[in-house]
Design a protein around this ligand. Sequence first.
Ligand code: SAH
Ligand code: SF4
Length: 354
Amino acid sequence: MHDHPTSLYDLTHDQLAALLNGWGYSAYHAGLVWEKLYQQRAQSPVEMGDLRPDLLARLQAHTVLNRLDTQLDTASSDGFARKFLLRLPDNQTIETVLMRFEGREGEARATACVSTQAGCAMGCVFCATGQMGFTRHLSPGEIVAQVLHVDGILQASGERLRNIVFMGMGEPLHNYEGVMTAVAILTDHKGLAIAPKHITLSTVGVVPGIIRMADEASPIRLAVSLHGATDAERQALVPPARRWPLAELMDACRYYLAQRKRRIFFEWTLIAGENDTPEQAHALGGLLQGMAAHVNLIPLNPTTGYGGEPSHSRAAKQFQAILARYDLPSTMRQRRGIDIAAGCGQLKAEGLTR
Ligand code: SAH
Ligand code: SF4
């Protein structure tokens, strides 16, 4: 049988130790390799030159280090977003976005917006990724490699990557294993050591995945995309809302809050005349009242497959004011990188054909 090379970025520290143990090397050597990968950021086995030659030869024979090739690198005119079209080993392409937010002290806080699937199976009507359909899950290593890509760009300018959001292409809880393995790799103390509280997973509302995160005490933050506060409104925008109605979704959220005791972000794309009405705001207020919740409002970003318009600022402000009456904190998401289609829901990997 042909021996398929292992992609090193697919492995957690423990899995790497098990692989090397099978070759007769102690955990000490696995620790050295791990350091080369995630502290010295070696890009090829050759850069791990000071390992024992026999171990290096094994690694070269049986493993690969799959960095992702950059197909396109575009900066937004507002200077806050940079979008990378990256090629996977099977020639699929995905998009990864580097965003910068002004922190309170004026410092730039860098965030990587990472894809978890090539395409998406959920079919939300206003989302470019949903409009393109599902191709496949990303492996843990393909998720990690996106982070390393952004990290490398930041390192060149002396910056540090602080935050990761799983808000790129795909539904992360549809690729639960791949995403959670990537989280274990990214948060490893002896590796990139990204703080779990600086990682946010956004889901369209995959109920079994939310329950599993609660049961497994996943340390990362959870965001749930609502977009509608009644089943009828939500189902019109988000097809999986038929499978997991609001009552079930909110039960799962309450279960998560009881287990994790950490607030949930609820995302709401504001679409003019569709879900930005006072009725929907009151319904949302009623739905979330008393919960440890924070609402992120995102004015609709344009996509070719959906004709809706972003809410006018008056309707958006009124929406927010109604939520405040229910003691619900909310934030209006700033529009970033719209001119390069790097905004929420605009990721499509259409590359050079645009
Ligand atoms: N699949 C996950 C994460 C990716 S999308 C999810 O759906 O939650 C990240 C956020 O962008 C989601 O809240 C999504 O609903 C929202 N979004 C999708 N298309 C959008 C658009 N055209 N304009 C604004 N927000 C959009
Ligand atoms: Fe998939 Fe999220 Fe887009 Fe819906 S909004 S199609 S779940 S990526």
